[in-house]
Design a protein around this ligand. Sequence first.
Ligand SMILES: Cc1ncc(COP(=O)(O)O)c(C=O)c1O
Length: 397
Amino acid sequence: MAIDPRPSPGTLSVWAGEPGRLDTNATQVPVVHSVSFGYDNLDEWLRVARGEAPGHNYGRNTNPTVAAFEQKVRELEGAEAATSAATGMGIISSALYALLSPGDRVVSIKDSYGGTNRLFTEFLPRFGIEVALCDTTDHEAIERQVAAGCEVLYLESPTNPTLKVVDVARLAEAGHAAGAVVMVDNTFATPINQTPLELGADLVLHSATKFLGGHADALGGVACGAKVTVDRVFHYREIHGASLHPMAAYLLLRGMKTLHLRVARQNDTALRVARFLESHPAVASVHYPGLESFEGHAIALRQMRGFGGVLAFELQESSLEAVGGVLSRLRWARLAANLGSVETVAGPPATTSHCECTPAERAAMGIPEGLIRYSVGVEDAEDLVADLERALGGLGG
Ligand SMILES: Cc1ncc(COP(=O)(O)O)c(C=O)c1O
């Protein structure tokens, strides 16, 4: 029998120490950076590629680290299936493009996140998809538009950045009566505070970049729902190609281990901050679903277990200049465009949720320039209240 010659250093550089399969007893989900997954024979490979056996074939389609992240969100949302994308907008656009065709109609709300709003106003109409955007809190108007016929009813609750609340159960019923797929962006609430599938939604969407990851160090998006629907979103995303990176999936997974702790803390702190701001003379109004005085409070009480970590407030002096003054006096807040992180983050819609829009477009959407979106972190509530008191004091209010 011929003895294999000793492999050359070049071949060993490539193969030595790297087994065909990696079996480890790691207690943490490994970051699998592999672009593809190898098989011992074509039969086995074909079974995996056809989905007849568990496993992965090519990284743009599926990846073990990404699959672990999807499973964690899926179980928290109580869904049959989940799929992910590189960003929140990646999964939202995948869901819309996967489920809509030219000639279809979408009904949604005026207050959806700025990027989503752009899809509705700029991109979907270019593909012959009609979009009806309704006043967010006018449930009768939404129901009328839905009854006129639509393939997708798209909701977000609470909304970014004015925290408007829509009655998901009521509108899901209307959507189903019209034969529509009901999608809900659950980014602000998180599955800790709200589970839209239980309220009747068909597809839950997240910018995992926010509370799910919770540390502002990874972008990601995820959709959960029935397998038949999620499979269509997955298929569009695998071809469109905006797949979640395994390293981002790992960071999101790691962040999510403390999701319940962070969100419970952020719920408590946001309510305290909202109550403080409500009583401050320099503040004209506070947008927070947990305040009894807030328009959406009664619906929020029915459909949410906690009111979330984001609030917004309008200054009496409603100008970008006054906003800039308050923001620059805050010590315990990053002035940045993200939200849902362990550190407090603050900013106006002009540089955050609606930076894609012109001032006139923001005004038409009812988003005041003098609004400050304030996403509480996990700092001590007393310090945040004292910080806001100091910053608002500078207005002389
Ligand atoms: C409610 C909501 N949905 C979707 C998105 C888009 O997510 P991403 O920035 O991860 O694309 C955002 C981003 O701020 C958001 O706030």
